[in-house]
Design a protein around this ligand. Sequence first.
Ligand code: PGA
Length: 259
Amino acid sequence: MLKKIMAGNWKMFKTREEASRTARELVVAVGENLPDDREVLIIPSFTALKEVNDVLSGQKNYFSGGQNFYPADEGAFTGEVSPLHLKDSGCSYALVGHSERRHVLGEEDDFLAEKVAYGLERQLKIIFCIGEKIEERKQDKVEEVLARQLEKGLKNIISSVSPHELVIAYEPVWAIGTGETAGSDDISQAHNFIRKKLIDIFEYGSDIRILYGGSVKPDNCAAIIGLDNVDGVLVGGASLNADSFSRIVLAGSKTDSSL
Ligand code: PGA
């Protein structure tokens, strides 16, 4: 069994000093209590990667990731970073297809498919994000949207991808940054559907981790990660504060102080 991933996506927040401080406070707040079956992932802005990795170096089961990259090693791509830059900055993971990249920055399925394949080739672990918009949910198209995003986004990778390398994050767009979390039934239905698709596509589809994201908080995290086929969480707002992120990291474990 692979470890559950407790990931904090810091988006376009925090100076280097703030990022370093939050990472330090998180490590202290979690202390010796990180359960053996969990890993912590911090995904800061590019400018703070070095500071965060300085704090995390030597910490067992803590990793960092990049929020984005361009599918090339180097070149005339002003404003972009490459997988090699991310690896050079100490990243093990990278996000691809986050809802803000799809819907604010206009990245489409084919481009995301290129990124997934390129990042994996360069030995980055990829967290591929999918999720429906509210109007798609209202039209009863959740499974149709998830199937399309998975089929198109993963079409360039070989079926024997190792479950260590690829992670899926289900993040309903309407639940991101809104305070509105999907209900347990909605999460279960989506995750069970994604699991079925992964088993259809990949030899090791039953082992690929599926994270939930969208207004995860310290008080709803334990219930979410207790669901079948939920192998961790991807957290935005509530990961920006070390106290709240540490409670998410420990949620539902033996050392969860709220139990
Ligand atoms: P949120 O963001 O936790 O603030 O809803 C989640 C995400 O964007 O990954």
